[in-house]
Design a protein around this ligand. Structure first.
Ligand code: SAH
Ligand code: SF4
Ligand code: F3S
Length: 449
């Protein structure tokens, strides 16, 4: 048997990441695979022998940004002809060998389920052979790989609990670029979280496109649901904060809410993307719930987890959206009173069901105006949400030094709101009780009590 020696003690790799938290976590898996083969991860792009860009396809502008970066890398390649550039992630999966058409731009293309092949592809690229692997897998969860933490605050870390998505929302590219949904073996999740606790981490965020459909069946037929998994992780250490994202309104169960209520260390925050307030539009989006059902889930959160914050994602100007639909989105936002939100203009993605079967018929200026209205309303709602916190005391996990002043630290409340406060004797990684005194547009301001 011949084996290719993929060890590479001298190569320096720079990794740049776009997109969601799962993509950031994937970059940490990539870093782990490469360091095991002798590569060195560097934070200065000028030093790099290899640049890997882990990409996102969710909206057109996400891809435009990456094309802009590839142009910058082309200039670097001119200065240093041995420099290799690799495109990873969702855009690699979507565009495949199209990314290799311009010979001087990209050397390797690797999809989200093929990162174990990276050392071999890089070795071939060093020898002048361009490489591509964009096979999607039904099994790959990288469960045995301990990610190398790239964002080194040492306090909070992401842990992927599943990959892919089966939901087929008509606007969304994720099922095509990430493949079918699969859950990761819970034992390996618990092991990874325990390793994080042992190295001093204080917070984990469990990640999946739809965590509520986490489902693991072990050899004996025993099933582990998301609520079970949450409990397993929360029980490891009562001082470890546990967060998760993303919940799907159609699948968020009361059982999960009760588990959250039972464990103090599971944070009181739910990200529940609504996308639209109009049942008609939700149906066209294939979201699997109505406005009424979404409200029922909000009521369940309010009932079972009274102090919880709620955030959301909203798309403005989906196919056929009328002013009436748009008004329903605005009134639903007011009804819920979201604490924060991510808001987007609909961006048609090639080959999705919406692109194939529907007209992207809301004019650009109308989309822009509706998005502006949504953003302005959310600005007011966020302000109300922050103002309601003034006078209250929250336990805050200290995450870093304030950008504006070294005498101030910042951290987050269980509700995921950022608080800035004078440091006194506290340090990064501590839990402190902070009384909120005031708020700015972005953060709460407080003092340690
Ligand atoms: N799995 C998560 C979200 C993943 S993508 C969920 O189902 O909620 C993050 C957000 O990007 C989505 O919630 C949606 O609001 C937005 N998004 C996805 N596709 C989009 C598109 N084609 N145009 C605009 N926004 C989109
Ligand atoms: Fe996309 Fe819908 Fe899956 Fe979220 S649930 S990733 S929006 S298909
Ligand atoms: Fe983007 Fe892929 Fe995440 S498309 S949002 S990086 S799953």
């Amino acid at each position: 048997m011949t084996t290719i020696n993929t060890d590479n003690a001298n190569s320096k790799v720079f990794i740049e990441t776009y997109g969601c938290q799962m993509n950031f976590n994937d970059s940490e898996v990539v870093a782990s695979i490469l360091t095991a083969h002798g590569y060195l991860i560097v934070s200065d792009i000028e030093e790099a022998d290899v640049i890997l860009v882990n990409t996102c396809s969710i909206r057109e502008n996400a891809e435009t940004r990456v094309w802009g970066r590839l142009d910058v890398f082309r200039q670097l390649k001119k200065k240093k002809p041995s420099l290799l550039v690799g495109v990873l992630g969702c855009m690699a999966e979507r565009l495949k060998d199209k990314l290799l058409e311009d010979e001087k731009l990209v050397d390797i293309v690797v999809g989200p389920d093929a990162y174990r092949e990276l050392p071999i592809l890089l070795r071939s690229a060093e020898e002048g052979q361009k490489g591509i692997n964009v096979l999607l897998s039904r099994e790959e969860t990288y469960s045995d790989i301990s990610p190398v933490r790239l964002d080194k605050n040492g306090v909070s870390a992401f842990v992927s609990i599943m990959r892919g998505c089966n939901n087929m929302c008509t606007y969304c590219v994720v099922p095509y670029v990430r493949g079918a949904e699969r859950s990761r073996n819970p034992e390996t999740i618990v092991r990874e979280v325990q390793e994080l606790i042992d190295s001093g981490y204080k917070e984990v965020t469990l990640l999946g496109q739809n965590v509520d459909s986490y489902n693991w069946v072990d050899g004996t037929g025993e099933r582990v649901s998301f609520a079970d998994l949450l409990e397993m992780v929360a029980k490891l250490d009562s001082r470890l904060r546990v967060r998760f994202s993303t919940s799907h309104p159609k699948d968020l169960s009361d059982e999960v809410l009760f588990t959250m209520a039972m464990y103090e260390n599971i944070c009181n925050h739910i990200h529940l993307p609504v996308q639209s307030g109009s049942t008609r539009v939700l149906e066209l989006m294939n979201r699997g719930y109505t406005q009424e059902y979404y409200k029922n889930r909000i009521e369940a959160i309010r009932r079972i987890l009274p102090g919880s914050s709620i955030s959301t994602d909203i798309i403005a100007g989906f196919c056929t959206e009328t002013e009436v639909d748009h008004d329903q989105t605005l009134s639903l936002m007011k009804w819920v009173g979201y604490d924060f939100a991510f808001m987007f203009k609909y961006s048609e993605r090639p080959n999705t069901k919406a692109a194939r079967k529907m007209q992207d018929d809301v004019p650009e200026d109308v989309k822009t105006r509706r998005l502006t209205e949504i953003i302005e309303l959310q600005g007011k709602l966020s302000e109300v949400s922050k103002r309601n916190d003034v006078g209250k005391v929250f336990e805050v996990l200290v995450e870093g030094v304030s950008k504006k002043s070294v005498d101030h630290l910042y951290g987050r409340t269980s509700q995921n709101k950022v608080v800035v406060f004078p440091r006194e004797y506290s340090k990064i990684g501590d839990y402190v009780n902070v009384e909120v005194k005031d708020s700015t547009s972005a953060t709460l301001l407080g003092v340690i009590v």
